[in-house]
Design a protein around this ligand. Structure first.
Ligand code: FE2
Ligand code: FE2
Length: 219
């Protein structure tokens, strides 16, 4: 069985994760490096673990989380689709069975809000984990005067926690925004599609999605 550690230690995976970040740096996007994919991997696994899914599904969600953004190495547009195909082939070369690598391909191929939606438990966990990683650490631009809207909103987020309540079947994204830097409405303007996608992903897992900003429940 291929483990998350096998994937992390794979040379090709390491080169693609680094390459994706390099390309996005050139384009001025927020951080998509080991930090982001590492967090998404852990969080996707945690979501399924907390909700009582079996260990093999958890491992696949963790692997999908780690590989989900490698398609940014090819092009930002359609990165979910390129990444899905890259991941499928790498996992095939590593000897992962066809059913498992197909599951991972499906999840990665559906993680972008422009073209995807939750199509499996793994895919739903990946979406929730990915869309909840909003934080000022992700802003790579160090010059505030040149911040674009995404930089501004991400920078204003001082804390973002994803809280899973198994008993109440509820997942809460609890965000703190510095409103001196950005009004709450700007968060919605940028992230409304991601929020709707997270809501559907939670529904797939049979849980309720809640968004709390600065202590106020907004969804
Ligand atoms: Fe992505
Ligand atoms: Fe991502």
């Amino acid at each position: 069985m291929i483990t998350l550690d096998d994937v992390k230690n794979n040379e090709e995976v390491q080169a693609l994760v680094q390459g994706a970040q390099k390309q996005l740096n050139e384009l001025g996007y927020t951080e998509h490096s080991q930090r982001h994919v590492g967090i998404v991997s852990i969080r996707a696994g945690e979501i399924l673990r907390e909700l009582g899914y079996p260990e093999d599904r958890i491992m696949l969600a963790e692997i999908a989380g780690y590989l989900h953004d490698i398609g940014n190495c090819v092009n930002r547009k359609d990165h979910a689709h390129y990444g899905a195909l890259l991941a499928y082939n790498i996992l095939k070369d590593m000897g992962m069975d066809v059913t498992s690598r197909t599951e991972i391909m499906m999840a990665i191929g559906n993680h972008d809000e422009e073209t995807g939606t939750a199509v499996s438990d793994i895919s739903a966990a990946l979406i929730l984990a990915d869309k909840s990683d909003v934080h000022r650490d992700r802003v790579t631009n160090k010059t505030m005067a040149t911040f674009d809207k995404h930089d501004k909103v991400n920078y204003a987020v001082t804390d973002a926690k994803l809280v899973i309540n198994k008993e109440e079947r509820r997942i809460t994204l609890d965000i703190q925004i510095d409103t001196e830097l950005c009004p709450v409405i700007d968060y919605f303007e940028i992230f409304i599609d991601r929020t709707v996608m997270s809501k559907y992903a939670a529904k797939y897992l049979n849980v309720w999605f809640e968004l709390v900003i600065n202590g106020t429940k907004l969804l």
